[in-house]
Design a protein around this ligand. Structure first.
Ligand SMILES: [Zn+2]
Length: 399
């Protein structure tokens, strides 16, 4: 039997599965076919929850004596958009000028294809592994992420699974392979401020209470002063007002209500709880200010509603894991990657509750775009980096 040692072959097979969230599209079956000959036991639990589509996931483990490394990722992809805009069809895995085209090429079927090739090459050359390797693959990363990684982790832990380290294969490199390893993420929180006023005629403001004036006062308090100047490992905390809604079609009516929605990305100066408290304080203080309020004496009447669950900030401090990955990038490409906590959230935010986690994958430039593609040379290089990492990490673990 031929082992899946060729990352481009692995990736082509995966791209040809149209696995747009929440559809499995044959992607997990394809993985199962690749992993079984490598000695992995494969399970494919389906998770459901009211109001969300059922999602199939995959957990594969190859057991050995020694530490346990988990590779995490997703086979679902975002929609292709206008298919006619693609130079090559999005699910055909066509190659042109040294690049393979297809939805998921870099985000992140490519990362999975390389990791499997790395394990296959390692087994082919060494005959075994000094520990256990598992793949935790969800079909629900690009969607609501409810029936995916969180449930898969809980499911695996309930079966007695434990991991010593995890690597997430998301595309972490902004421009070239070896640019960046992600060792943490900022936290994220969203909320809405609803200001209640009193409707009235725009010509008689003394008889009304314009909520837009109150909302301006409150929004200003969220934007100034800055929350912090950043820390050793993180960029400054940033709040963006993402929407302001009044919903008033008339020009001569003072509206009754005004709403602002915001998202804040916070660093390790804060926890979700302390940043929430800071925002509450700022709003309570600002509500008493007279600026913009045209003679009103009562504080701004507002409610603050937090939306969704917060994502917590985290920083991985496992030197052995980080050094093994830096060393592997250096050994294969001769460059030292930057360690970063920038960017949006990923499933690493869930894994960090179970074991130290880092993220390293392909170049993300074309992710979610028309003509998503990956250089075949990058697939080969990433496979070599992963293989080097597997060897190094288990070698150190065995000593
Ligand atoms: Zn992704």
């Amino acid at each position: 039997m031929t082992l899946p040692t060729d990352p481009a072959g692995n990736l082509a097979a995966l791209i040809r599965c149209p696995s747009v969230t929440p559809i499995e599209g044959g992607a997990l079956s394809t993985l199962e076919t690749m992993l079984k000959p490598l000695g992995f036991s494969v399970e494919r639990p389906v998770f459901s929850e009211d109001g969300t589509p059922d999602i199939e996931n995959l957990y594969a483990r190859r057991s050995g004596n020694g530490p346990h490394l988990m590779f995490a990722g997703h086979t679902d992809v975002v929609p292709v958009g206008d298919e006619t805009s693609w130079t090559h069809p999005p699910f055909a895995a066509e190659i042109a000028k040294g690049e393979m085209f297809g939805r998921g090429a870099v985000d992140m079927k490519g990362g999975i294809a390389c990791f499997i090739a790395a394990v296959a090459r390692h087994l082919e050359s060494k005959g075994g592994l000094k520990g256990s390797v598992s793949l935790l693959i969800t079909g629900d990363e690009e969607g609501p992420a409810i029936n995916g990684t969180t449930k898969l982790l809980e499911w695996a832990v309930a079966k007695g699974e434990k991991w010593d380290a995890s690597i997430v294969g998301e595309p972490t490199n902004p421009d070239a392979l070896g640019d960046m390893i992600k060792i943490g993420r900022r936290g994220s929180l969203s909320g809405s401020i609803i200001v209640n006023g009193r409707q009235g005629h725009a010509a008689y403001p003394q008889l009304a209470d314009n909520p837009v004036r109150g909302l301006m006062t409150l929004v200003e308090a969220l934007l100034h002063p800055v929350f912090d100047k950043g820390t050793k490992d993180f960029q400054p905390t940033n709040l963006e007002v993402t929407s302001i809604d009044v919903g008033n079609p008339a020009t001569n009516v003072i509206p009754e209500k005004a709403t602002a929605t915001f998202n804040i990305r916070f660093n390790d100066t804060w926890t979700a709880e302390t940043i929430q408290a800071e925002i509450h304080n700022r709003l309570d203080e600002a509500a008493k200010r007279k600026k913009y309020r045209a003679g009103k004496t009562t504080p701004v009447d507002y409610e603050l509603v937090w939306r969704d669950r917060p994502s917590h900030v985290f920083l991985t401090r496992d030197e052995r894991l980080i050094e093994a990955l830096i060393g592997s990038v250096k050994a294969v490409i001769g460059r030292k990657p930057a360690l970063s906590t920038s960017g949006g959230t990923s499933d690493a935010r869930f894994i960090k509750d179970y074991c130290p986690v880092v993220e390293f994958g392909l170049v993300g430039k074309t992710m979610h775009m028309v003509d998503e593609r990956v250089a075949l040379a990058d697939l080969e290089t990433l496979t070599q980096i992963y293989q080097h990492f597997i060897e190094d990490w288990f070698e150190q673990g065995a000593s």
